[in-house]
Design a protein around this ligand. Structure first.
Ligand SMILES: C[S@@+](CC[C@H](N)C(=O)[O-])C[C@H]1O[C@@H](n2cnc3c(N)ncnc32)[C@H](O)[C@@H]1O
Length: 220
């Protein structure tokens, strides 16, 4: 993802949008690689945004916005971003909203800027292998949970709710995302490539693949 940003980098300042950035994992890595970058992080979750504020401080502009709303981008500090980066997030949006969002993101980029979306997006020509890869990945994940090597999604949220600072924010989050998680919609990578082409990007393709996960890229 960051190699692609570097490849299209032109004059300073480098402006990056970390979309549905959660705690700021992409922003932190981007700042390690590009210390002078102007980062904007957008998300809706008050608990994750509090962690993002704590770890990023004044090194990023943090914006609370709901990507399901068509006016979500009106509070962004910039237009003409060099790159929009997003990971494990856009499967929270339904198909029609994501198609429209892709067009909105194109408009937020400068000509020559790029969008990278990394997420669970299987290769639809590999159904049997994908099933087997997922089964193995699930076994490895279950072993890590059983060994206490990492927290599961629900264990992480339970732990966050025990923290006195985060507890009220986690309660707010349960109101925003009543099911704990938005409905998931996981089309194959080919769906994303078609939607990005229809959104008007001039180059579209797969930047990276690891098992059933992939990063698709689109150049304005
Ligand atoms: C699994 S997290 C990924 C966070 C970050 N990109 C990362 O890789 O660490 C998914 C993120 O999408 C955000 N999200 C989901 N629906 C959203 C929406 N409608 N508007 C803004 N953010 C949303 C969630 O709040 C959450 O922070």
């Amino acid at each position: 993802m960051l190699d692609a940003v570097d490849a299209v980098r032109e004059s300073a300042p480098l402006r990056l949008l970390d979309l549905a950035g959660g705690t700021g994992t992409i922003s932190l890595r981007a700042l390690r690689r590009f210390p002078d970058a102007e980062l904007t992080l957008v998300d809706l979750d008050p608990a994750l945004l509090a962690l993002a504020v704590a770890s990023l401080g004044d090194r990023a502009t943090i914006v609370t916005a709901d990507l399901k709303q068509p006016d979500w981008h009106t509070t962004l500090p910039h237009r003409g971003y060099d790159a929009v980066l997003t990971a494990t997030a856009l499967h929270w949006l339904p198909a029609d909203r994501l198609s429209t969002l892709y067009a909105e993101l194109r408009d937020l980029l400068r000509p020559g800027g790029l969008l990278v979306n990394a997420d669970y997006m299987p290769e639809d020509t590999l159904p049997e292998l994908t099933k087997r890869l997922l089964a193995r990945a699930e076994q490895r994940r279950a072993a890590r949970y059983a060994a206490g090597a990492t927290l599961s999604w629900s264990q992480w949220w339970d732990q966050a709710a025990q923290d006195p600072t985060l507890r009220p924010l986690v309660e707010q989050r349960h109101v925003i995302y009543p099911s704990g998680h938005s409905p998931e919609w996981n089309p194959p990578a080919s769906w994303h490539l078609n939607a990005l082409t229809e959104a008007g990007f001039r180059e579209v393709g797969t930047l990276w693949r690891g098992g059933a996960d992939a990063a698709v890229v689109a150049l304005r």
